[in-house]
Ligand binder design. Structure first.
Ligand code: GMT
Length: 377
């Protein structure tokens, strides 16, 4: 099959999932065409059967806000025709599902039927899509997609609550990890020693947006450090990085907190971590929590959104009420006990590999694509 994939190419879960899906589809013999304004951050530069098509928006001076969604629709239309794509799969509804609908309509005028699959990831439904400026077009574009998927049951429920979507069928297809890459045994202990100097390593990876509550990560760490010597490694970048750095300074723990910035290949880092701290205000799924679990790292998180489907409370990690910094610190200290850690680490890796392995989830997308093709015939 020839599949067009559109996603945000920047550091974040939806782009990571879309890119890993494309890579896995290509490995299974499909031809995959990424269509976006930049090379997706997790896409290596050359892979057989994987192509990248850049969307250029031009810079005519009249446009204070150049219409990216239209340029994207035109590029989608071009790529479908020039490469004979069978289907478009867009990740994150806004504006990708709208652009795909426009491309589909343009193709329909030319007698060409093109199925569009939209995967909902999170803030496209929970925050941006509910903004009055985008609500109606988000609902319209979701309803016009031939198939809709959500990355968790929680997100599916939120979608129906926010948009009604009376006639739409939303399939839940979870995010996934490659067990051969996110595998503790694959990476040596050298990096853990390098990062922690022999002390336990707490880790957090995100785009440092307000929803991630990165200051809470630092507060949890500071409380743990009062009881157990340890270090905190913060990976990623975004609007709240400065606030997190300031929090570390004001709590007097800066010397033990390292901000590494954006790193694309996080598997070796996760394999060097002892506990993953994830106090987000909302997570439709929590891909980085899954990647941590798959790397044998127990996750201490807020009990929000789809996280209870990913983290098994008390077994592979701990789920606490949102904002419960003391409770999270207690839970981290609990997991730093070597015997408890060994059991939780093993359970985390086994559970993540068993329930969210790439091959199983990608096969579900393949079946969905086949159904979508059948539907438009
Ligand atoms: O940053 C992104 O790429 C999208 C982001 C969002 O804000 O929508 O992440 C969402 O998609 C990820 C991949 O499916 C999920 O693992 C995240 O939980 C979800 N983020 C939120 O729901 C806040």
């Amino acid at each position: 099959m020839k599949v067009g994939i559109t996603c945000y190419p920047t550091y974040g879960g939806s782009g990571a999932v879309a890119t890993e899906l494309g890579i896995a589809l290509a490995a299974r013999g499909h031809e995959v065409h990424f269509i976006s304004y930049e090379h997706p951050f997790r896409l290596p530069h050359f892979l057989p059967r994987v192509y990248f098509h850049e969307v250029s928006i031009g810079n005519y001076p009249l446009f204070e806000y150049p219409p990216y969604d239209l340029a994207l629709a035109v590029r989608m239309h071009d790529v479908v025709l020039s490469h004979g794509l069978d289907l478009l799969h867009v990740h994150y509804a806004i504006p990708h599902a709208t652009s795909a609908w426009i491309a589909k309509e343009m193709l329909r005028e030319q007698g060409r039927k093109l199925p569009v699959v939209t995967t909902l990831h999170g803030t496209d439904i929970t925050i941006v899509g509910q903004d009055h400026s985008y609500h109606a077009i988000t609902k319209f574009s979701i309803e016009r997609s031939d198939r809709i998927t959500a990355v968790s049951q929680w997100l599916k429920d939120e979608t129906i609550k926010a948009f009604g979507c009376g006639n739409c069928r939303v399939d839940v297809i979870p995010n996934f990890v490659d067990p051969t890459i996110f595998d503790r045994a694959r990476h040596g202990a050298g990096l853990r020693q390098e990062l922690g100097g022999g002390k336990p390593v707490l880790m957090h990876i995100s785009n440092f947006r307000p929803v991630k509550r990165v200051r809470d990560v630092v507060r949890v760490f500071a409380k743990v450090r009062e009881r157990v010597p340890c270090v905190l490694v913060m990976v990623g970048d975004g609007p709240d990085r400065g606030a997190a750095e300031e929090e570390a300074r004001s709590l007097g723990v800066s010397a033990d907190v390292r901000f590494l910035g954006k790193i694309d290949a996080v598997a070796p880092l996760l394999a060097a971590a002892d506990v993953y701290v994830f106090p987000s205000e909302s997570e439709s799924f929590g891909l980085s929590a899954l990647e941590a679990l798959a790397s044998g790292v127990p996750v201490v998180a807020a009990r929000v959104g789809g996280l209870p489907d990913v983290v098994r409370d008390g077994v592979t990690g701990a789920l606490l009420p949102l904002g419960d910094v003391d409770g999270m610190a207690d839970a981290v200290v609990g997991f730093l006990d070597p015997v408890r850690w060994a059991g939780a680490s093993k359970a985390a890796q086994e559970d993540a590999h068993a329930r969210f392995a790439t091959a199983d989830v990608v096969a579900r997308y393949e079946r969905l694509y086949a159904e979508a093709l059948e539907q438009v015939r």
